[in-house]
Design a protein around this ligand. Structure first.
Ligand code: IPE
Ligand code: IPE
Ligand code: MG
Length: 258
């Protein structure tokens, strides 16, 4: 792979990640649990929504870097199915930020040939949000240098349940035989159908759990936890996580590293 050169003055971790990218050693698909916006804001005496706002800038920075380093897929956990239980005003401010983000990033997605996808129970999003999302999904459909997936109103259990119901319906309709249900078919019934499984899952803010993220897909993902809160997670922290990934030995149940 030949990556475009980094800007002059790029930091040491970024340059190291760039070299690894050029030799094809970086993960293909990175998924991130973007956590810690609220605590970041609280520490500064600011509102939780100020934390989410700063988090949106990290989304921009990390997406740009992922593209620059040649990743094929970046999946960001932006809003969980369980996050609907937060106070109304926080949910509203997150949805508002999402719409702003979609409007402000379309030109960058065009310039960088990034395709946007959305995973989750999207029917639960309010109509105007859904419309803004659909418009961006459509506008970026033909792009293929990197797939950026936003997990919105997403839950891993809900996703598996949805797939199970979908397959059960086909069996009930007589269009699918129970014996035909295998891993590949279940995988295709998930919201991530056309994405490779994540090679690396990063969680910020010091929490060490998946919180209902990509439960099926994470079976053999490498996990990386960092104490850095999401609004502070920028190029260097991201590059460090990618470099760390290259030191892991993946065996997939066998005895030889793969
Ligand atoms: C992550 O930050 C953003 C979302 C879950 C939407 P949090 O809002 O969970 O921040 P903390 O965990 O309360 O610090
Ligand atoms: C996970 O973070 C969801 C997102 C990052 C969107 P939470 O902050 O909701 O997770 P818990 O509640 O700490 O497990
Ligand atoms: Mg949190």
């Amino acid at each position: 792979m030949t990556l475009d050169p980094l800007p002059i003055g790029a930091s040491q971790p970024l340059r190291e990640a760039w070299q690894l990218g050029n030799s094809g050693r970086l993960p293909r698909h990175v998924a991130i649990i973007m956590d810690g916006n609220g605590r970041w804001a609280q520490r500064r005496g600011e509102s939780r929504s100020a934390g989410h706002q700063a988090g949106a800038d990290s989304v921009r920075a990390v997406t740009r870097t992922a593209r620059r380093l040649g990743l094929q897929a970046l999946t960001l956990y932006a809003f969980s199915e369980q996050n609907w239980s937060r106070p109304q005003d926080e949910v509203q401010s997150l949805l508002r930020l999402l719409v702003q983000y979609l409007a402000s990033e379309l030109s960058e997605m065009r310039r960088s040939d990034i395709r946007l996808r959305a995973l989750g129970n999207l029917a639960r999003l309010p109509a105007p949000v859904r419309m803004a999302l659909d418009a961006t999904l459509q506008a970026t459909q033909g792009h293929c240098s990197m797939t950026l997936s936003l997990a919105l109103s997403y839950g891993g259990r809900e996703e598996i349940l949805h797939a199970a119901r979908h397959l059960a319906q086909q069996v009930a309709d007589g269009t699918l035989d129970v014996a035909e249900i295998d891993e590949a078919r279940l995988q295709r019934a998930l919201w991530t159908a056309d994405l490779p499984s994540p090679d690396l899952i990063i969680r910020t803010s010091g929490e060490q759990r998946l919180s209902n993220f990509l439960l099926w897909q994470s079976a053999y993902a490498e996990l990386y936890f960092t104490p850095v809160d999401w609004p502070d997670f920028r190029d260097d922290a991201f590059a460090q996580a990618l470099v760390d990934f290259t030191t892991r030995q993946r065996r997939f149940g066998g005895i030889e590293p793969k």
